[in-house]
Design a binder for this molecule. Sequence first.
Ligand SMILES: Cc1cc2nc3c(=O)[nH]c(=O)nc-3n(C[C@H](O)[C@H](O)[C@H](O)COP(=O)(O)O)c2cc1C
Length: 186
Amino acid sequence: METKKAIENRRSIRDFKTDAISKDIVEDILNCGRLAPSAKNRQPWYFVIVQEEMKNKIADMMIDYTINNDDTIERKKLGCASSVNPTANVIKQAPILILVFRPKDNNWIVGDSLSIGACVENMCLRATDLGLGSLWIRDIVYVSKQVEEMLEHKDLELNCALSLGVPNQNPKQRPRKELKDIIEWY
Ligand SMILES: Cc1cc2nc3c(=O)[nH]c(=O)nc-3n(C[C@H](O)[C@H](O)[C@H](O)COP(=O)(O)O)c2cc1C
């Protein structure tokens, strides 16, 4: 697929079919992430691919978080429900969850986060290119400590995650600001 078409066609997918995705396909997508540019070429990413029970366990940690967290309960009272629960349900539905870690290094928070952004977008675009759906996930950070402990990765911090699967929906393009409203030329 032409790059521009993949950029235009990519959507956040929140409804997946049960079809499995092969290891080769997942590694093809991870490889496109690996090829992303990064600040000082630090390549500050480490991927853990979770499926089935372990994936669902992480989703349950997120659901438990929303049940037990005062902030979420307050928000619900205000009619502004948190997205953590719906995101956890997407994680359960999609067959693959890629956890994206970065080294724990306070000097590189901004640079590493920007680099991981480039890496994850590459993976989303490759998934689109292959006819697969993806959801880039930040809501998982509420359980980052638990996930880090479960996987015994003491030197790594969970930055975000990516759900992958065969899409069971074809959403329209979500609203975007007009180019004229977000640029200035001199
Ligand atoms: C860094 C980042 C974090 C995101 N985290 C979540 C998330 O936790 N849950 C979710 O449902 N969507 C998440 N999204 C998806 C956004 O909501 C989505 O990209 C946005 O609404 C635009 O829709 P589109 O991706 O279909 O164009 C995230 C997107 C980005 C880039």
